[in-house]
Design a protein around this ligand. Structure first.
Ligand SMILES: *Cc1c(COP(=O)(O)O)cnc(C)c1O
Length: 349
């Protein structure tokens, strides 16, 4: 049998040979006592790429997001976010559990927010209600199928937020994909925000790690919270070296993943019973719905697995594929044929 083609997530990539070598030889120190030189380098490089004063390395994107919320807000404050976003849905409500915050969710138009939808969403200054403090956006939007916010739309949203004295945070777990796809620089995308979280463990192919980026004083607050959350790591330069390698050597190739996602969407579009909310994916995520006669999402994912493809059930009748650097063009072409064979088989049985 052919080896399994793993399209569950872009987090499944294994460190490349060059990345492993960079990690092996990285100079290290104790990043909790004072500094680790490779972590320092990664933080400086990330801050520079995003055009902000400072950055801080953490073990996960959940931690960078949740610490951003904590530093922007006080207990009893509220933040605004899109209903399908990661911060609200996939981080165990950590903002409530760990920081005493409340979320106000707003349904986007096909997952993206627009200024019109935010009108009247800021609470009045009254002792009866929580205080609105922050707007969070997600670019690309994971549940939205890797959907990209245009720079213009982001600028309008952040201008609106500032005019209401709200801070702004970007969950940019896949901001690198958005930047490569649109050719809008990371710096331009980051400029309207007070803080940005980026993940190295997704498309860039690093084993672990995220950075939170912002002003020096904001990052000082984040460093204090990182210790509180248990995210202080000692010789973290080993990990930071993988992230740095991803930034320097494995970013431009994201375009390939986007092409591969388009090929998968083309194949899915030809399958009876499968439906794409967006015919052409913006980046590296393809989400599709399936008719009940093909079974549930879990049943269909199990069938795909028997054909050699791993996918992620993403709702009762919804399945997600994510392309990444450990899946080659020929594997994608094979996957396209296997998806079609699997769907025909499911229809016939
Ligand atoms: C992956 C992801 C995160 C962070 O996830 P971790 O697994 O905690 O690193 C945050 N936001 C989005 C949109 C993501 O896709």
């Amino acid at each position: 049998m052919n080896p399994i083609i793993d399209l569950r997530s872009d987090t499944v990539t294994k460190p490349s040979q060059g990345m492993r070598e960079a990690m092996l030889t990285a100079p290290v120190g104790d990043d909790v006592i004072d500094i680790d030189p490779t972590v320092e380098l990664l933080q400086a490089r990330t801050a520079e790429l995003l055009g902000k004063e400072a950055a801080i390395f953490m073990p996960s994107g959940t931690m960078t997001n949740q610490i951003a919320l904590r530093v922007h807000c006080r207990p009893g404050d509220e933040f605004l976010c899109e209903t399908g976003c990661h911060i609200y849905n996939y981080e165990q409500g950590a903002f409530a559990q760990l920081s005493g915050l409340v979320a106000k969710t707003i349904d986007g138009e096909a997952y993206l927010l627009d200024v019109e939808q935010l009108r009247d969403s800021v609470r009045p200054n009254s002792e009866h209600v929580v205080q609105t403090r922050l707007l969070c956006l997600e670019n690309t939007h994971n549940s939205g199928g890797g959907k990209i916010y245009s720079l213009d739309r982001i600028q309008k949203l952040c201008e609106w937020a500032k005019s209401h004295s709200l801070a702004t945070h970007l969950d940019g777990a896949r901001l690198f994909n958005a930047s490569v796809a649109t050719k809008v620089s990371l710096r331009e995308y980051a400029e309207p925000f007070d803080s940005i979280s980026v993940c190295f463990s997704k498309g860039l192919g690093a084993p672990v790690g995220s950075c939170l980026v912002g002003t020096k004083s904001f990052i000082q607050g984040a460093r204090r919270a990182r210790k509180l959350f248990g995210g202080g790591m000692r010789q973290a330069g080993i990990l930071a070296a993988g992230a740095l390698y991803g930034l320097e050597k494995q970013m431009d190739r994201l375009e390939e993943d986007h092409q591969h996602a388009k090929l998968l969407a083309d194949a899915i579009a030809q399958c009876k019973g499968l439906h794409l909310p967006d015919r052409i994916p913006d980046t590296n995520i393809v989400i599709f719905q399936l008719d009940r006669k093909l079974g549930t999402a879990s049943e269909f994912a199990a069938k795909l697995k028997s054909f050699g493809i791993l996918s992620l059930p993403f709702g009762p009748q919804c399945v997600r594929f994510v392309t990444h650097m450990d899946v080659s063009r020929s594997q994608i072409e094979a996957a396209c044929r296997l998806i079609q064979a699997c769907t025909s088989h499911a229809l016939a049985s």
